[in-house]
Design a protein around this ligand. Structure first.
Ligand code: NAD
Length: 379
């Protein structure tokens, strides 16, 4: 945003004030032909891999409250390609070394960290220190301590922090949350969730390298299954017990292949998840005292699909989940609207991930979890 100094603007918006009032006197120029709309938040993508290339950058061509203003890449060849494709000025292009200079760039309001998991904490913290709002991809970090460090850095800098949990912005997940909240199918007694795909590509990819990924299927896909059990019950779990299975150790040398886990919830509901890099699965199912609902698929880029015991087919018009997610975060920054996927949600999931690994290390022992009610729930 150029009409205000960035630091003033961030300070105002970090306090949840200012955006609506300021922008009401500077109406959105929605019909501008390119992305240089100064009344939208400028986003810089850090890491131009497949998610940035095929999902986030295209989605940012359709967002209403933010646009692709800059890039941060460690691959010099990508600079010109992206500059040409998205009309990104040279002054908004950074590498990992000069990234901190972004503090002086008024075009950039939000830094979106889309790097391998082990790099999320470093770049989220550097972004916060540069005075930029932060969107951090999942998983938030590779340890709970990293999640704490990111949350603290954003608090100290007075910037907003959101997770790249796109499902919280799309309507099928919202429908599930509404069913649970309104007890449409009574009290939820059981929830199951599966999030998995078969990995058979390059065995040297970072997702199979523990130093870069922090873990295998659980870190990558498991967080979706964990999340499904939480919004499928409306509660955080009070315990977890988990098991690990390995059938292709020659391929999965360093990271978990398949994990199952069982949860208990404060209401007495129980949950079961599977996550894997060895098979395909993408579903959630919840059973209550007066019926059930399911989503299948439940966690890909959509369109998702669902049905209920009443015979409803859950169907919504398809929109880019990433577009919805980034506009939700921009509205949070600009207008103080609720943060649908706050940093605490990322931290909560990492606490659960660590508990699952701990249970496996202890031969499937049940590990107690102790969250404040609603901890990490988004608005
Ligand atoms: P990718 O492998 O396609 O891209 C990774 C990027 O990081 C590349 O541009 C690469 O050059 C860069 N990089 C920098 N240092 C690296 C290193 N040491 N090793 C490997 N790459 C390095 O990965 P991706 O699929 O784009 O995933 C990036 C992040 O986004 C991950 O945290 C992933 O979990 C997350 N993601 C989220 C979703 C979602 O739906 N929310 C979907 C896909 C990926």
């Amino acid at each position: 945003m150029k009409s205000l100094t960035r630091r003033n603007f961030n300070t105002l918006t970090a306090k949840g004030i200012g955006g609506a009032a300021l922008l009401s006197s500077a109406p959105f120029a929605c019909a501008m032909g390119n992305n240089q709309d100064k009344n939208k938040l400028g986003i810089a993508l850090v890491g131009l891999g497949s998610y940035s290339t095929y999902q986030l950058a295209p989605a940012l061509q359709d967002t209403q409250y933010c646009y692709l203003a800059g890039i941060v890449t460690g691959t010099p060849e990508k600079e010109q390609i992206w500059a040409d494709k998205y009309e990104i000025p040279e002054k908004n292009i950074y590498n990992y070394q000069n990234f901190d200079d972004i503090a002086n760039n008024e075009d950039i309001d939000v830094v979106y960290v889309v790097l391998p998991n082990s790099m999320h904490a470093e770049f989220s913290i550097r972004a916060a220190k540069a005075g930029k709002h932060v969107i951090c991809e999942k998983p938030m970090g590779i340890t709970v301590a990293e999640c704490d460090a990111i949350i603290n850095a954003c608090k100290q800098a007075g910037v907003k922090l959101g997770m790249g949990y796109r499902l919280h912005s799309e309507p099928y997940t919202q429908q599930v949350k509404d069913y649970v909240k309104e007890k449409t199918f009574g009290d939820i007694l059981f929830v199951s969730a599966d999030a998995a795909y078969r990995s058979a590509g390059n065995p040297d990819q970072w997702r199979l390298n523990k130093k870069l990924s922090g873990g295998g299927a659980l870190m990558n896909m498991g967080v979706y299954a964990v999340q499904s059990t939480i919004y499928g019950t409306g509660e955080n779990p009070i315990s977890v017990a988990a098991q690990e299975f390995s059938t292709r150790p020659e391929y999965f040398k360093d990271t978990d292949e398949t994990i199952t886990a069982q949860f208990e919830f404060p209401s007495g509901a129980v949950g079961n998840i599977s996550t894997s890099h060895n098979f395909n699965a993408n579903a959630m199912y919840a059973s209550g005292t007066s019926g059930w609902f399911r989503l299948q698929p439940a966690n890909n880029y959509g369109p998702l699909s669902g049905e209920t015991s009443r015979g409803d087919i859950i169907k919504f018009p398809h929109e880019s989940q990433q577009k919805l997610q980034m506009d939700d975060f921009a509205r949070h920054v600009l207008f103080g609207e609720p943060n649908k996927a706050p940093g605490e949600m990322g931290k909560r999931d990492m606490i659960i991930v660590e508990a699952i690994y701990k249970s496996i290390a202890k031969g499937g022992e049940t590990i107690a979890l102790d969250f404040e009610p609603g901890y990490g729930f988004g608005g």
